[in-house]
Structure formats: C-alpha cells, structure tokens
Design a protein. Structure first.
Length: 206
C-alpha cells in the first residue's frame, strides 16, 4: 500500500508541475496566478498547497527540473567511450530535451519556459542561487568530458577545460534561446553548424 501511495503522491506532484509549466509558458510567470494553476490542473487549493507553498515554490521546482534535465541529457549522451564529438553530443542533448516532451507543450513553448527561468534569476535570489549551484555542477561535468577528449587525443589545443566546457554550454543555451524566440531551430541545424566549424583547416588560415 505504501508503494502505491507514494506513486500516487509522485503522480499528483507531476500533474501540478506540468500544469503550472503550461500556464507559465502561455502567460509568463508574472501573468500567471495560483488560481490559474488550480484551474489548469483541476485540483483544489488544499491539494496543490500540500505540495507547493506558492507560485515561487512552483517556479523554483520547474527551474530545478529544467537544469537537471540539461545535465541528465548530457550525461546520457556522453555515456559512451570514446566520447561523442561536440556536434553529436549537443545534438543528442537537444533531442533528449525537446523531442518527445510529455508536458503538453510543444518544444518552442518549453524552450520559452527555460528562457523565462533564466530571466527570473535576475529577480529572485533564491532562484539565482539554485541555478548558480546547478550551473557550477554542469561546468564540472562538462569539463570532465573535455579531459576525456584530451585523453583520447581528440583535443589537442592548449585551452583550459573549463573554457571549452563553458563554450559548449553556451552553444546549448544559444540553441534554446533561438528555439524559444524563432521556433525554427532544430538539432540537425546545430549538428551541421558545429560539424562545419570543426572541419575548419586552421593551418590554411595561418
């Protein structure tokens, strides 16, 4: 019985988060009220407040999931040896995040929600602290991958691993921003662009 009860609690929490995410993606964080969320999920105030203390709590939970999703997508994509090249890696991350989403939102709406989370960090110290910690962990994880590139001889340039990691993260962030604003970004475009840059012959340039 306890196991079924926990599954029910988890499913209810998921229902609330997904409904709130749809509301936020449509109307923005500040244009959405808790009443809007209640109507979206079809639950009473008591049922929702059992899980979340208010809108800021919902935003923080969604932000944590968004950053956690990026990290999990990266870890899944990189869990091969030798590690995939950056074009393949970023493409896999983008597909994991934005293809087959089950929140009831299209991928542009979900990308827009992530961009809203970023902008909200300028207002909320709590959210800024949460994302700063998550970003630090992401940088460390990606820097480890850069070291794996070095160990396999795939990366010869004498550039700090953290600098390469931050550039890879920035590439993923740029893809999300383009998708949110214009809706025409696709993982294939990202892969092709990175592959083209990686094919540059620097000896000819020098």
């Amino acid at each position: 019985m306890a196991r079924v009860s926990q599954e029910h609690l988890d499913a209810r929490r998921r229902q609330i988060l997904d409904g709130a995410a749809r509301c936020f993606s449509r109307n923005g964080f500040h244009g959405t009220s808790m009443q809007d969320v209640l109507q979206e999920v079809g639950l009473s105030a008591g049922a929702v407040y059992r899980y979340f203390s208010g809108k800021d709590d919902l935003i923080a939970a969604i932000a944590g999931e968004a950053v956690g999703g990026v990290r999990r997508a990266f870890e899944e994509a990189a869990r091969v040896s030798p590690p995939p090249t950056p074009d393949v890696l970023i493409g896999r991350v983008a597909r994991t995040l934005f293809c087959g989403d089950d929140r009831g939102m299209d991928r542009q709406a979900y990308a827009g929600l992530i961009v809203q989370v970023w902008s909200e960090t300028l207002r909320s110290e709590r959210l800024a602290a949460t994302l700063s910690e998550a970003y630090g962990g992401l940088r460390l994880a990606w820097a480890e991958l850069v070291e794996a590139y070095r160990d396999t001889g795939m990366l010869a340039a004498d550039v700090p691993s953290d600098h390469v990691a931050r550039t890879l993260i920035a590439t993923a962030q740029g893809f999300i921003a383009q998708l949110a604003m214009f809706g025409d970004a696709a993982p294939e475009v990202l892969e092709d662009g990175l592959r083209g840059l990686m094919s540059m012959d620097l000896q000819k340039i020098s």
